[in-house]
Design a protein around this ligand. Structure first.
Ligand SMILES: [Zn+2]
Length: 224
C-alpha cells in the first residue's frame, strides 16, 4: 500500500513536471477530434453563439514563436465563405488556402503538403459552398479571358446534372468538391501516405450561404 502510494505520488509529480511545457495548442488532436472541433465551431457560428477569441498581445506573442494549426482548409475565395469565421476559430487555429472554385492546383496542393508534412495538421477540409460563381461559370461554359479561363477549366461539374438551373449548380458544387478532394490526394504522394496511415483525414464540406451550416459529403467511392 505504501509502495502504491509512493508510486502514485511519483506519477503525479512527473505529470506536474511535464504538464507546464504542454499547452492545449501543442497537443495534437486526432483527425476525429479535429473534425469535431470544426463541427462544433460551425454550429456556434450558425447559432450566432461565437466563442470568445484570445487575440491579445500575449496570444500574438505566443504565436510569434511558431504556428500549430489543427486543420488545413482548401476553400473557395468567395468573400462570404471565411473559414476562420464559419468554423468559429481564432488566430493560429486554421491553415487556410483559398482559390476560386476550391481547385486542387499545384500551389494549393503544395501549401496543404506543408500543413500536413511540416505542421502535422491532422485534418484537411475541402470547403465548397452554395451558389459558387466558379462552378456556375464552368456550367455556363463560355470562354473567359486571361487566367480566369484556365481556372474555370479546372472546375469539374460532373455528369447527368439536373435540368433545373439551381439544382444543377448545387450538384455541380458537390461534384467539384469531391473531385478536388480526390485530386488533392491523388496528386500528393505525401498526403496519400498520411491518409493511408490514418494520421491525416481529408473531408469535404459544402457551406450554405443561407443557413450557415456546413454539410459534410462522403468522400470514399463518390469522387470521380
Ligand atoms: Zn465559390
Amino acid at each position: 500500500m505504501v509502495r502504491f502510494l509512493f508510486r502514485s505520488m511519483l506519477c503525479l509529480v512527473s505529470v506536474l513536471l511535464v504538464a507546464p511545457s504542454l499547452t492545449a495548442q501543442e497537443i495534437r488532436p486526432t483527425p476525429a477530434a479535429a473534425w469535431q472541433r470544426l463541427k462544433e465551431g460551425n454550429a456556434r457560428f450558425a447559432a450566432d453563439a461565437f466563442a470568445i477569441k484570445d487575440v491579445s498581445k500575449k496570444r500574438r506573442a505566443e504565436l510569434a514563436q511558431g504556428q500549430r494549426p489543427f486543420a488545413a482548409i482548401l476553400s473557395c475565395a468567395d468573400s462570404r465563405v471565411v473559414p476562420e469565421l464559419l468554423f468559429d476559430q481564432g488566430l493560429g487555429d486554421l491553415f487556410v488556402v483559398r482559390v476560386a472554385g476550391n481547385i486542387a492546383e499545384p500551389g494549393m496542393i503544395g501549401s496543404v503538403e506543408y500543413a500536413v508534412g511540416h505542421l502535422h495538421v491532422p485534418i484537411v477540409v475541402v470547403l465548397a459552398h452554395e451558389g459558387c460563381g466558379a462552378v456556375q461559370a464552368a456550367l455556363d461554359g463560355k470562354p473567359l479571358p486571361g487566367q480566369l479561363g484556365w481556372l474555370v477549366k479546372q472546375v469539374y461539374t460532373g455528369n447527368n446534372l439536373p435540368a433545373e438551373k439551381g439544382a444543377a449548380l448545387a450538384a455541380g458544387v458537390r461534384a467539384n468538391a469531391l473531385h478536388q478532394a480526390a485530386a488533392l490526394i491523388q496528386q500528393s504522394s505525401e498526403l496519400a501516405e498520411l491518409v493511408a496511415a490514418k494520421r491525416t483525414q481529408v473531408v469535404v464540406g459544402v457551406y450554405s450561404l443561407t443557413t450557415a451550416n456546413v454539410t459534410w459529403l462522403e468522400l470514399e467511392g463518390k469522387a470521380k
